[in-house]
Design a protein around this ligand. Structure first.
Ligand code: PEP
Ligand code: MN
Length: 356
């Protein structure tokens, strides 16, 4: 699929594209006041949720259409581009009518093909040209995310980008939404021209995580960031734990280290060649290990023994993790690797057993 890059004029070599603004539009003063502070910090694209998808009823569900003229005021008084989330036909029609420049599809909507199609059809009917940013669905399903991108593309929109905002999970010890970086990385591999924006506010769910997550995104060569910023974060009507004031935002952005993608890659090429060779070695060693597993399977079959011998497995795991630690390899990682190897060994032995 050919996806042109979204316009966004301030993508420069040294600074990522930044979209910032409050989680929700609350009052005209808050919307315009926050925008002026952000504009003074050099932010050029403003965000504010007009319609808010809340997990439970009773929460603040957004001010609705009365907030759209406030965004128009932001455009007039600061010259910023303005953006908001759309999830229904009505949202799209209203946002387009009021000249919102950039629309995004939220994580709950991306997970629902009926809703994405309704948004896509309305975009086409209104003649909106984009940009449209598509957040990852709440569940870690890459095809669903790509499906949402395709629906918007098929509606004639060519300025498309994606937002990585993390994936829902019961485990909220560190993150509000688990980053699962491998999913956006795989999306980037499959669609290299699709601009990728990180939303550290919704991944982290707390102010302290915005800087480290933004840095990680830069290290992974993301094209931009969307960060929640409010003129008075502690009093925000939604997501207050994860919003920062415009001056804190500027401080975070100034500390970001943007890697130089134009650096010579000669020495990298040499290192990558070494990695390729080592990977080949790894594959050879693994296939040798599997061959021996099959031989063990054959032996067990001939002696009528069960495949799984839990004690032996526990012993191997404990020993290998200890060895790995001594070699500076993380215990958690080693556990995962050996669990996967063990699972494959069992599968191979079962295969031997099933041959008559
Ligand atoms: C938001 O951007 O405020 C929002 C509701 O995000 P998400 O769809 O990622 O939950
Ligand atoms: Mn929010």
């Amino acid at each position: 699929m050919e996806l042109e890059s979204i316009l966004l004029p301030d993508v420069s070599e040294r600074r990522p594209l930044v979209i910032a603004g409050p989680c929700s539009a609350e009052t005209e003063e808050q919307v315009v006041g926050t925008a002026k502070e952000l504009s003074a910090q050099g932010i050029r694209i403003y965000r504010a949720g007009i319609w808010k998808p809340r997990t439970k009823p009773g929460g603040f569900e957004g001010v609705g259409s009365i907030g759209l003229p406030w965004l128009q005021r932001v455009k007039e008084e600061t010259g910023m581009y303005v953006s908001t989330e759309v999830a229904t036909r009505y949202h799209v029609e209203e946002a387009v009518k009021y000249g919102v420049d950039l629309l995004w599809i939220g994580a709950r909507t991306s997970a629902n093909p009926f809703a994405v199609q309704e948004v896509a059809d309305t975009l086409q009917a209104t003649g909106f040209q984009g940009p449209v940013l598509i957040k990852n669905p709440v569940n870690p399903d890459l095809d669903l995310w790509i499906g949402a991108v395709e629906r918007i593309y098929n509606a004639g929109i060519r300025k498309i980008g994606v937002i990585h905002r993390g994936f829902s999970s019961y485990d909220k010890k560190i993150y509000r939404n688990l980053p699962q970086w491998h999913i956006p990385i795989e999306l980037k591999r499959r669609m290299p021209n699709l601009p990728m924006i990180c939303d550290p506010s919704h991944i982290g769910g707390k102010r302290e995580l915005i800087a480290p997550l933004s840095q990680q995104a830069m290290d992974l060569n993301y094209d931009g960031l969307i960060i929640e910023s409010h003129c008075n974060p502690d009093c925000a009507w939604s997501d207050k734990e994860q919003q920062v004031s415009p001056d804190v935002l500027a401080y975070i952005l100034n500390l970001l280290v943007i890697r130089d993608t134009k650096q010579t890659t000669e020495s990298l090429t040499e290192l990558r060649r070494q990695i390729d060779l080592i990977d080949e070695d790894l594959l050879t060693v693994l296939s040798k290990r599997m061959r021996i597993s099959r031989e063990i399977g054959q032996y067990k079959k001939e002696h009528n023994m069960p495949v799984l011998q839990a004690l032996r497995y526990d012993e191997i795991l404990e020993k290998r993790i200890k060895q790995a630690k001594e070699m500076g390899i993380g215990a958690g990682f080693m556990q995962l690797v050996f669990e996967a190897i063990h699972e494959e060994s069992i599968r191979q032995q079962m295969e031997v057993l099933s041959v008559q």
